[in-house]
Design a protein around this ligand. Structure first.
Ligand code: MG
Length: 248
């Protein structure tokens, strides 16, 4: 069964590559879930990364000055004790400043009180260029499709290991994101690439993105310029702090 699904997805991906800039048909979202291999669990060491001198600090725990709602309005999320927290169903937020290639540091925390399971537990996400999602999920002892767990490039790449901390504990992502490059005609020249450390442990090693994040489609690149870093409202009380970037 799994082989059949992979074959079907492979056919669709070939189709998608020949049809750049045209969104494919909606498909059953289960077809883009990958359940193997299951990343081994690695208990991380201590992590700490205060911004270096040349960093652009996007969130220092005090205000939403550098952020705007995805709807263009002021963010409705909350700030308390130096952290921002999703206010469910108010929508995602994004940095006002737009970026291409960056180094990003961000800290996140799943709710200490465990509610839900699978994708319904501590779900949020970091969208590079408002399109490419590095998944945020409470993946501590929580089974889901591995290309949708913490450290995954959602529905595209399974993390090398599961370096999740317990719910309620602060975790870090350190990321190198390289923007896709498009020709003047708007065709893809080089795909986006991403390297991710989760709590100091390598989980994505300079991998190529297949296109923007899709829930129930095969990803297809569309030309675009610099864009913000956006954080997802997936209905869970996920918190963030100490967010900084360095442009590359
Ligand atoms: Mg998400």
């Amino acid at each position: 069964m799994i082989r059949k699904v992979y074959f079907f997805v492979a056919v669709l991906m070939t189709w998608a590559n020949c049809n750049m800039a045209q969104k494919g048909p909606t498909i059953d979202p289960k077809l883009t879930e990958m359940w193997e291999p299951v990343p081994p669990v690695v208990t991380p060491g201590q992590t700490n990364a205060m911004p270096p001198a040349d960093a652009i600090v996007l969130f220092d725990g005090t205000s939403f000055n550098n952020w705007v709602g995805n709807d263009g309005q002021a963010p409705k999320w909350t700030i308390e004790n130096g952290a921002m927290t999703v206010k469910p169903r108010t929508g995602g937020i994004k940095s006002k400043q737009t970026f291409g290639d960056i180094q990003l540091h961000i800290e996140f925390r799943s709710p200490a009180e465990v509610k839900g399971e699978g994708q319904g537990r501590g779900n949020s996400g970091i969208f590079f260029m408002e399109r490419y999602e590095l998944q945020v999920l409470d993946s501590y002892d929580n089974v889901t499709y591995p290309n949708g767990q913490a450290g995954s490039v959602y529905k595209q790449h399974i993390p090398l290991v599961n370096a999740s901390r317990k719910p309620g504990e602060w975790q870090t992502y350190d990321v190198i994101f390289m923007a896709p490059v498009f020709t003047e005609k708007g065709t893809l020249k080089t795909p986006a690439r991403i390297t991710v450390f989760h709590n100091g442990v390598l989980v994505q090693n300079n991998i190529e993105l297949r296109g923007p994040t899709e829930f129930n489609r095969i990803p297809v690149y569309e030309p675009h310029g610099k864009a913000g870093i956006s954080l997802q409202d997936h209905g869970d009380l996920v918190s963030f702090r100490n967010i900084w970037v360095r442009e590359l």
